[in-house]
Structures are given as structure tokens and as C-alpha cells.
Design a protein around this ligand. Structure first.
Ligand SMILES: *Cc1c(COP(=O)(O)O)cnc(C)c1O
Length: 372
């Protein structure tokens, strides 16, 4: 039997809603399906205002415009993250200051943050790896003390909460992804949550190509025109229709993913207890399940062992401070934890239909690799 790394899951009403969108005569963005998705996200997750975007990358780029990043402004970002987290700010010619991960988890190490703050620092971008919250109390407190913006990269964090607040709703802005490797999917898609009230009006304008078209549709102005910079950040109604079907079934999707996650954890716990590998200790939103191997060679051998049994495991994130684009721009600080996760972290297959049996089979293959 073959286990892909990811398998997009259809939750139920995707085809029905796509059909409704097709016959509605409205395919472009900011229509009824878009509004229904946004309202659902706002009410379910306590987000003040959300705007659907064509990707999380797009949501981050919209965020960088909203907080008005200027050339030379410094932005603190974990090195161990997806390219888009940093690229959105590099596009605005910000100076990216990369932070290291925690020793025990890929999330950025909030303890080392204050030392990175200078008079030019404008924003901190915490990435909630695997839906696990960064240390938001510390980050928000530092942001307040130094007058910084906080943009949460909540790409992996839909439906995950910490201290009673949903992730993406804690910082001034939060960016979500509905890429088909995430829990809730739309092929490509995303959303920006705008938790800082004064940003809402301008966010709508940047979202609609720099026009006040949203206010026009609400009847607040009698014509619309070019009032600011902007871009076409909004997805079509077809994307929103598909997404709504997913969002309406988030409980079912999360329940299914959680089953596989729990099996991984219990079946592999003995390996962790013997110091063979490290794994996450809590499922959060069951976005992913990872192992941290003892060395790069061991991870390479494990990937090959699993592949021979039809199991696709993947590693990801190559420290951005060492990337071909950034290495010459980096200030030279060592970020050893980011490098260790780059070399040793491995993600196991995780998707709604994997199920307890699938996860069990994969665990058996891992246990056999370690002769257990
Ligand atoms: C997936 C992901 C993104 C990018 O999301 P897209 O919707 O594909 O643009 C950004 N940051 C993190 C941490 C991600 O996991």
C-alpha cells in the first residue's frame, strides 16, 4: 500500500457550491461566497475582520503594505520558515533580521528577541509551526514596549488556540493559508485577519486594487476610484465556494486528522523515551506530525527506508539565512537550532483520510528502521 505525503480531502459540498457559483453569474471576487467565508472565519475564530486572499503569501504581502514597511525598515522573522514569510517583507526592501528557533521546537525563540530589536525595527513575524502557538504574551509585550507591529504567520494554524484565543487573532494582523497541503484547502487560497481596527478600511482598499470599491458596494460612496496603492489580492468566487464547503466541515476534518496524529504519538513514544528521536508532545490542530532525527545521515536513511515501503516522508525548510538569495545579506550570526531542524526534521504523511490504520502501518515501518 502506498502512502502519499498529502492527499487533498473533499469535505462534502464542494461540488454543490461550485455549481451554485457557476450558475450565479458572479465569478469574480468579493461576492456572496467570499462574504460567507469571511463571516464564518470572523465568528468562529473571534477575528475582528478577515479578507480572503489568493494565498497566504498574498496575505503577508498585503500585511507588509498595511504596516507601511519602507526600505531599510527591520523586520524580525524566524529563519526556519517558508520563503513567503520573509519574501513578503523583502519585496518592500525591508532588512530581514533572522531569529533562531527554540531548542526544543521550530517556533522562534522569544527569549532571544529583544536583543534583535533596534531603533529601525518595525515588526515581528511569529510563525506558528505545526499550529503550535509562539510565545505570544512575550511577543506582544515586546511589541508594545518598542511600538512594533506583530503579523502572525498562521498559515499552519487554522483552528488552533492558545490561552483561549485563536491563533491569527492575537497579533495586529494574521495570515492564513488554504493551500492544498494545509488542513482547510481551496487549492490555492488564504486570508488576512485584521485585528487592529484602524487598519480595516485601508486593508479593503489595498485588497481591491487601491480602489474604494468595497465602500461603493456598501453604498457608502456614490462612485469608486483610485485612492491608494493596492493590488488584486482577492480570490474568485469559485475559490470561495470551494473554501466555504471546507470551512463548514472543519470539525469533521480536524477529527479525522487527530485520529492519525494520536496513533503516531502513542506508537512512536517509546522511540522518544529511548532518546532515538524527538516528536511534538501535543497535537494542536493536527496540522503535521514530525520527527527530529539524531543526524542528517539518519534522516536520509529513514526517508529511503520509508520510500522503499511506499511511504512518502518529506523534510522541509532550509534555514533562510543560508539560502542562495539571503546568505550574503545575513549578518553572520549562527542560528544553530534552525540549522538542526533543517538537517534533522522529518514530516510523516498527514491527511484526513490517513486514519488510525494508515498511521499504524507507517509507525511499524519506522519502528522496523530502528530495529524495534
Ligand atoms: C504554507 C505556508 C505559507 C504559504 O502559504 P501559501 O498559501 O501557499 O502562500 C507561508 N508560511 C507558512 C509557515 C506556511 O506553512
Amino acid at each position: 500500500m502506498n502512502f502519499p505525503f498529502n492527499k487533498p480531502f473533499l469535505a462534502g459540498r464542494e461540488k454543490q457550491y461550485l455549481d451554485e457559483a457557476l450558475v450565479s453569474g458572479k465569478l469574480s471576487g468579493n461576492g456572496d461566497f467570499t462574504r460567507r467565508c469571511q463571516t464564518l472565519l470572523e465568528t468562529k475564530y473571534g477575528l475582528r475582520k478577515t479578507l480572503l486572499t489568493t494565498s497566504c503569501t498574498d496575505a503577508l504581502e498585503l500585511a507588509a503594505l498595511l504596516i507601511d514597511i519602507q526600505p531599510g525598515d527591520e523586520v524580525i522573522i524566524p529563519s526556519y520558515t517558508f520563503v513567503s514569510t520573509a519574501n513578503a517583507f523583502a519585496l518592500r526592501r525591508a532588512k530581514i533580521v533572522f531569529a533562531d528557533s527554540q531548542n526544543e521546537h521550530p517556533n522562534l525563540d522569544a527569549g532571544g528577541l529583544e536583543a534583535l530589536i533596534t531603533p529601525r525595527t518595525r515588526a515581528i513575524i511569529p510563525v506558528h509551526y505545526g499550529g503550535q502557538s509562539c510565545d505570544m504574551p512575550t511577543i506582544m509585550q515586546l511589541a508594545k514596549k518598542h511600538s512594533l507591529w506583530v503579523v502572525e504567520d498562521a498559515a499552519q494554524a487554522i483552528d488552533s488556540a492558545a490561552d483561549g484565543k485563536f491563533l491569527g487573532g492575537i497579533g495586529h494582523l494574521g495570515a492564513f493559508s488554504f493551500h492544498d497541503t494545509k488542513n482547510i484547502i481551496a487549492g490555492e487560497g488564504g486570508a488576512l485577519s485584521i485585528n487592529h481596527g484602524p487598519f480595516i478600511r485601508r486593508a479593503e482598499i489595498l485588497w481591491e486594487k487601491g480602489t474604494n470599491r468595497s465602500a461603493f458596494f456598501r453604498g457608502e460612496v456614490d462612485k469608486y476610484g483610485w485612492v491608494d496603492v493596492g493590488s488584486s489580492f482577492l480570490p474568485s468566487e469559485l475559490i470561495a465556494a470551494f473554501l466555504l464547503a471546507q470551512l463548514e466541515e472543519v470539525e469533521k476534518i480536524q477529527r479525522m486528522r487527530m485520529q492519525a496524529w494520536r496513533v503516531y504519538q502513542s506508537a512512536l513514544l517509546a522511540l522518544q523515551n529511548h532518546g532515538v528521536l524527538v516528536m511534538p508532545d501535543f497535537p494542536h490542530n493536527a496540522h503535521l506530525f514530525y520527527l527530529v532525527c539524531r543526524s542528517l545521515d539518519e534522516r536520509t536513511a529513514l526517508i529511503a527506508h520509508l520510500k522503499a515501503q511506499g511511504i512518502a516522508s518529506v523534510f522541509h525548510y532550509l534555514s533562510l539565512h543560508k539560502s542562495p538569495y539571503f546568505a550574503a545579506r545575513h549578518d553572520g550570526r549562527d542560528l544553530p537550532n534552525a540549522d538542526r531542524f533543517t538537517d534533522c526534521l522529518l514530516r510523516l504523511p498527514m491527511y484526513a483520510e490517513l486514519g488510525a490504520d494508515g498511521a499504524q502501518r507507517i509507525c511499524e515501518a519506522i519502528l522496523s528502521f530502528y530495529n524495534r
